[in-house]
Design a protein around this ligand. Structure first.
Ligand SMILES: [Cu+2]
Length: 352
């Protein structure tokens, strides 16, 4: 009787201690997980986090980006014909500066976006078309869109800051010259507005078109996630290593055309090396005759051009920055070439 009573007592005490320990352990863990902290970014925005600076809580402002979707996505605008018979292309671009994107697993960064994306949409028009951009700034700061190309001063997106919280401006100009051009915000401090993601690509096609090809856009970009004016990550199209883990599918004997734009800040140069092949290179895409036949180009800030090539043999082919630091921090990808017996490559020429 005494023995069983003491057993019950021991059991009761054990249960009490187990519950107490569990209470302290779990409540501690629960409070650690649910504890939210505010983090002030150098851009002045406040991000709520679960305690780790690089681990903000997902919110409605968390943005998703699909580099495979971006790669071959061109925005030709809403097309209509003007009274003089020329083509009008209208685009809507909305700027925001409160989005958070997981640019690498566990690395969250406050991105500033055109149409909710970094880079913004690839605007595409034909030489001589009227381009009309209906711009709304839904950010908290002033922003603009500065297009590279030829246009009147007041359409340059420099001296007409567009106020936040719904400010509007209509950019209108004739598309030209033929080529591939960047567009980006031009509010000071410029570096801050660009590196957060306010940039995109503007393609002007020649009236006679180009030879049919599998066309892609690659924006070479980087992210300074610890705000020390040095990039921590590099990429072709925003997400480090994306095209290495998700190779770009292409066909052999098919012309590949890449519109490449270097938007990396802080580092004076970037470059593009293609494996087991060479490409025709048209700097800025303005000429109809390629300037180089090479496997390596070097690009400074906003330098860009058009690359054309095809693969003869099926297989996996790397492309990457030959500045090894950049490729080791994400600027690397793979083309996976598949046998293509039906479609033979066509000569690249204009006027067809
Ligand atoms: Cu801006």
């Amino acid at each position: 009787m005494t023995k069983s009573r003491s057993s019950v007592m021991i059991m009761a005490i054990s249960v009490f201690f187990t519950i107490s320990i569990a209470y302290f352990v779990f409540t501690d863990e629960i409070s650690a997980q649910s504890e939210e902290k505010s983090f002030l970014t150098h851009s002045g925005s406040v991000i709520r986090t679960s305690g780790e600076i690089l681990d903000p809580l997902y919110t409605s402002a968390t943005m998703e980006f699909d580099p495979m979707d971006y790669l071959r996505n061109f925005d030709y605008g809403k097309i209509s014909t003007l009274p003089d018979g020329t083509t009008l292309r209208e685009y809507t671009i909305v700027a925001e500066d409160d989005k958070v994107m997981e640019i690498s697993p566990g690395i969250f960064y406050n991105v500033w976006t055109y149409n909710g994306s970094v880079p913004g949409p690839t605007i595409r028009a034909t030489e001589g078309d009227t381009v009309r951009i209906n711009f709304t700034n839904n950010g908290s700061k002033e922003h603009t869109i500065h297009f590279h190309g030829i246009h009147p001063s007041e359409m340059d997106g420099v001296f007409e800051p567009v106020g936040g919280n719904g400010g509007k401006f209509t950019y209108e100009f004739e598309a030209g010259p033929v080529g591939v051009h960047p567009y980006h915000c031009h509010i000071m401090p410029l570096e801050e507005h660009i590196v957060h993601g306010l940039y995109g690509v503007f393609i002007v096609d020649p009236k006679e078109g180009r030879a049919s090809a599998d066309e892609m856009v690659m924006v070479l970009n980087g992210f300074d996630t610890d705000f020390d004016t040095e990039n921590n990550f590099y990429a072709a199209n925003t997400i480090p290593f994306y095209y290495q883990h998700h190779p770009i599918q292409i066909n052999t004997d098919e012309l590949i055309r890449i519109y490449v734009v270097n938007m990396v800040e802080f580092d004076p140069i970037n470059n593009f090396h293609l494996h087991a092949n060479l490409y025709e290179y048209y700097p800025t895409g303005t000429d109809t005759i390629p300037s180089f036949y090479t496997d390596m180009i070097t690009l400074s800030q906003t330098e860009r051009g058009i690359m054309e090539f095809s693969y003869q043999y099926p297989g996996n082919y790397l492309f990457h920055a030959h500045k090894v630091e950049f490729s080791e921090k994400g600027w690397v990808g793979i083309f996976q070439a598949h046998e293509n017996k039906e479609q033979k490559i066509e000569e690249v020429e204009y006027g067809r």
